[in-house]
Write a protein that binds this ligand. Structure first.
Ligand code: COA
Length: 261
């Protein structure tokens, strides 16, 4: 990486991981996703760390999704490593023994929303916007969105969001259970999530880990099966003309015209 695209900071029991591509709305390219995995692993293996916060640099975006420039020219085969990399990151966050708080400081779209959903707790600034806009690129969520969104907000709401690509503002996200708390500003968000993290860092680590495991177990359907299915059909969308059209339209800043094939 030319400059640090992900930052790692430690303070009294809390690791803060910050996606640092503000000029690209913290879009998740391969190196960012890979580095995130490495840094979450570092936090997991560091006994002095009890809680992790995930956020993005700036006041525009937590992460505006997977980096769409990496979608161009890919088909179902060549896109698979991208989706699997994202899914592995989300599964790692979800399964790690320490609580992870997403501090959502702006857009959390596509992969950004999906990574936030893999975290244990989501807090947001009032300017945050959530959504799964993949449909407008001719594709579907591929970092676990079709699996985790229904579990968080219910099947009906999740379908509306995934089918429409609509964004929901912070207050609506709070209402539907996508976030736990909203702050008036990004500064307040960072202050509030650090306070919560420091509080959780003082709780007993073994009990915390077991509580997390036990609550994750309440998901009745085998998540692994659902995720495998999603990655297969996500990849399939990359063999459609509509995906080429959607991606090309975004990158050239025009409206897509889908042919439904
Ligand atoms: N991948 C790659 N680049 C992205 C990106 C993404 N997911 N999201 C934003 N960017 C880039 C833009 O291309 C732009 O770069 P440029 O200045 O070099 O042209 C920069 O970030 C700012 O985005 P811009 O679209 O100019 O800002 P905006 O305020 O008008 O709109 C969004 C913000 C987030 C609504 C819009 O960028 C967007 O729709 N992004 C894509 C969201 C998406 O579909 N995510 C799912 C991907 S699977």
């Amino acid at each position: 990486m030319s400059e640090q695209e992900v930052l790692y900071d430690k303070s009294t029991g809390v690791a803060t991981i910050t996606i640092n591509r503000p000029a690209k709305y913290n879009a998740l390219n391969t190196s960012v996703v890979t580095t995130l995995r490495e840094l979450f692993k570092e936090a997991e293996n560091d006994d002095s760390i009890r809680v992790v916060i995930l956020t993005g640099t700036g006041d525009k975006a937590f992460a505006a999704g997977a980096d769409i420039t990496e979608f161009q020219g890919r088909n179902s085969k060549s896109v698979r490593p991208l989706a699997e990399n994202g899914q592995e990151l989300c599964k790692y966050i979800e399964a790690m023994s320490k609580p992870v708080i997403a501090a959502v400081n702006g857009f959390a779209l596509g992969g950004g929303c999906e990574i936030a959903m893999a975290c244990d707790i989501r807090h947001a600034s009032s300017n945050a916007k959530f959504g799964q806009p993949e449909i407008d690129l001719g594709i579907i969520p591929g970092f676990g969105g079709t699996v985790r969104l229904p579990r968080l907000v219910g099947l009906g709401m999740a379908k509306e969001l995934v089918y429409s690509g609509n964004q929901v503002k912070a207050d609506e996200a709070l209402r539907i259970g996508l976030v736990n708390k909203i702050y008036d500003s990004v500064e307040e968000l960072h202050k509030g999530t650090l306070e919560l993290a420091k509080k959780l860092a003082l709780k007993p680590g073994v009990a915390m880990k077991l509580a997390k495991q036990s609550m994750n177990n309440t998901w009745a359907t085998p998540v692994a099966d659902n995720l495998e299915f999603e990655v297969d059909v996500f990849c399939k969308t990359f063999d459609t003309e509509d995906k080429d059209e959607g991606v090309e339209a975004f990158l050239t800043k025009r409206k897509p015209e889908f042919k439904h094939r």
